[in-house]
Design a binder for this molecule. Sequence first.
Ligand code: AMP
Length: 218
Amino acid sequence: MRLVLLGPPGAGKGTQSVVLANKYGLPHISTGDILREAVREGLPLGLEAKAYMDRGELVPDKVVTGIVAERLKKPDTRPGFILDGFPRTLKQAEELDKALKAMSSGIDIVLYFATSPEVAIERLTGRRVCKSCGFNYHVKNMPPKKEGVCDRCGGELFQRPDDTEATVRNRLKVYEDQTKPLIDYYMKQGILKRVSGDMGVDELFKVLSKIFSDAKLS
Ligand code: AMP
């Protein structure tokens, strides 16, 4: 099952990707996660990407398409994959189609997570992430037992630099301008399924499971 998760930041793509990856045993490929790791490790890729990420802008197409093309060559993607946060521009979508075609492959379903800007802003500005294990919390909706400390591993919680309100607003604008046209692109290919990103994680998982079984993918 080859999936793309599309939608604005804060729509719940990352959370649902983790659930789907566990359930179906597929690799979760998040370009945001790959870039953040490169920043943490001080790799040249991270140094190049950091300024864009901190401003809430997109990292150049060439950089991200290269990352994904390499990742898709790894054997663990043979049974399928979950692409989260990629593609984000028409150019990226076209490059992805080309890369998959060259492997005699293609995307099965694009899940479009629709959510309102208000919900996205509330979710992202309240998000806190564990520095050690990467688990996500929310100051109101899912607070840790002890403020600032991860329930799972005792790690320190922090706010991503791009989760401040001004940067979140910019990320949403970038989404509107550069990523939203992909809805039409995939609709024309007949592979887009719209779901509500406002649902709870379990409820949404049930909806997605039905989509996969209707499409005879599971
Ligand atoms: P995310 O965790 O998916 O919200 O991504 C965090 C940041 O990484 C984005 O705001 C971009 O700066 C960068 N990024 C992630 N994926 C892409 C992509 N497909 N194209 C360009 N930039 C990306």
